[in-house]
Ligand binder design. Structure first.
Ligand code: GLN
Length: 491
């Protein structure tokens, strides 16, 4: 299949077409819905036709306006939507229809966004390949025998294949950036607290953030602006001003002088640890070509050390499973979702719990609940969970030291390009290794973005990761915009 990314229209281009009346939101919406339904990628679990058509007609009637209005969007199916099934890719929620919408969904609705549907994901966002969905895997648009990454695989594949103009995912240890990297799109994980988590089904609450998946930096900036902001309904949301990300990126994108000045002042850190054993040679080459391009354009390149990052994967898989085991305790057959009675009306409460959780959770989810119960159990808590929290602090301090010297840290998003479906499913540790460069960022609460930069094995996209200090999304997105013009040779 011919990779369509360069033939696809970005959301900002669609906005211009809507403004000049070259098209209507209804025409766009019908077109995206038709393509999404005809696609064999399995990137959607539920379509939202009626709501999408109504939002589109509202826009065409002049009842909504702004950056997001009238433009088709995909929502990861762990974002709760009032009256619309929200499955989290799990059998336990196969029939769950939430009674409310989360803050981000409400913000988008109020901004006139058109929801095409709910995107496939690894069950409860646990995975790196989208093979853990109870509703089947998602294909990589460039080669459906390969994986789109996970856990926001459906959201990323939908954007890369032109089945949504843009989409939202969630990122706990890389689940926006890693699928963005595999599918060749832009994916941003905001600073912890930048975007409300109210109505995002919790996986690991101290790590989760909702983030945009888009075709370029401009769209990413516009969508981020639309979903950011303080929310009293999320006690970890931070009250910091929402910047005009879109305007800033537009300047870098369209004004060569501003672009050159920006890059000349940019200090780019390159951590040795991100280029160690395990990194595919072609991925490394692509990332180095980005660093070279920045150097030639006048950026200062600063070699760095992140010595504690070697512990990040181990720390992540203690913290994440601990929090997951607590968060998933609510799926007990009583409060949410489906219920299984093993012995009909004679089943005891305990038997019902066991049968519900035993039959309706998938293997990866069960593995993590077991591990999390272990790491939190008395006698092991200090050795695992508490120790992991201490090392997590050291990782955050390592990053803080680096950001005294540089504006952005650059490296690969993932060690390899997309892999074949089934190639890692029997080896969880090798699967977990695909997150080696993304998890340190969540542990430190930092913002980071993955952008496509060149290709590796079989011509598949390579993801370049840029990491910033807390609340430096603006600088990250400006850097991505500058790198896009560098890559296109239009600098
Ligand atoms: N792949 C990682 C995991 O399985 C990250 C998932 C995520 O970010 N939601 O935990």
């Amino acid at each position: 299949m011919q990779f369509p990314r360069h033939t696809l229209k970005k959301a900002w281009q669609l906005r211009a077409e809507l403004a000049s009346k070259k098209t209507t939101s209804l025409a766009l919406t019908e077109d995206y819905l038709a393509k999404a339904k005809a696609s064999k990628l399995n990137s959607y679990l539920t379509f939202m036709d009626a709501q999408a058509i109504a939002s589109a007609k509202n826009f065409d009637a002049g009842k909504s306006s702004g950056m997001l209005a009238g433009i088709p969007l995909g929502l990861k199916d762990n974002l709760v939507t009032e009256g619309v099934k929200t499955t989290c890719g799990s059998k336990i929620l196969a029939n769950y229809v939430p009674p409310y919408s989360g803050t981000v969904v409400k913000k988008l609705e109020a901004a006139g966004s058109v929801f095409i549907g709910k995107c496939n994901l690894d069950e409860f966002a646990m995975g790196s390949s989208n093979e853990n969905s109870a509703f089947g895997p998602v294909g990589l648009p460039q080669d459906p025998t390969r994986v789109p990454g996970g856990s926001s695989g459906g959201s990323a594949a939908a954007v890369a294949a032109g089945l949504a103009a843009w989409s939202l995912g969630s990122d706990t240890g890389g689940s926006v950036r890693q699928p963005a990297s595999f599918c060749g799109v832009v994916g941003l994980k905001p600073t912890y607290g930048r975007v409300s988590r109210y109505g995002l089904v919790a996986f690991a609450s101290s790590l989760d953030q909702i983030g945009p998946l888009t075709l370029d930096a401009q769209d990413c900036a516009d969508l981020l602006e639309g979903i950011s902001g303080y929310d009293p309904l999320d006690s970890t949301s931070l009250d910091r001003p929402v910047l005009h990300y879109g305007k800033a990126v537009e300047k870098i994108r369209t004004d060569a002088t501003a672009r050159h000045d920006f890059v000349k002042k940019l200090r780019v850190g390159v951590p040795a640890e991100f280029f160690a054993a395990g990194l595919d040679a072609q991925v490394q080459k692509a990332v180095e070509s980005a660093i070279d391009a920045l150097r030639k354009a006048g950026a200062e390149i600063v070699p760095l050390q992140l010595p504690t990052s070697k512990h990040a994967l181990a720390v992540y898989y203690v913290v994440a499973v601990s929090e997951a085991s607590a968060n998933l305790a609510r799926f007990d057959g009583v409060r949410f979702g489906d219920r299984v009675y093993p012995n009909g009306a004679n089943s005891s409460l305990d038997e019902m719990y066991e049968a519900t959780r035993g039959t309706l959770f998938g293997n990866e989810v069960k593995r993590r609940i077991l591990l999390g119960n272990f790491t939190l159990s008395s006698g092991y808590y200090d050795a695992y969970y508490k120790k992991a929290c201490q090392v997590r602090n050291l990782i955050a301090q390592d990053f803080a030291k680096c950001f005294a010297k540089v504006d952005v840290i650059i490296g690969p998003t993932t060690p390899t390009v997309s892999f074949e479906r089934g190639s890692k499913t029997n080896d969880p540790l090798s699967m977990y290794l695909s997150d080696i460069y993304t998890v340190p960022v969540n542990l430190a609460g930092l913002p980071a973005v993955s952008m496509p930069y060149g290709t590796g094995e079989k011509g598949l996209p390579v993801g370049l990761q840029l990491i910033g200090a807390p609340f430096s999304e603006l600088k990250l997105l400006e850097s991505v915009a500058a790198l896009e013009t560098l890559f296109d040779g239009a600098f």
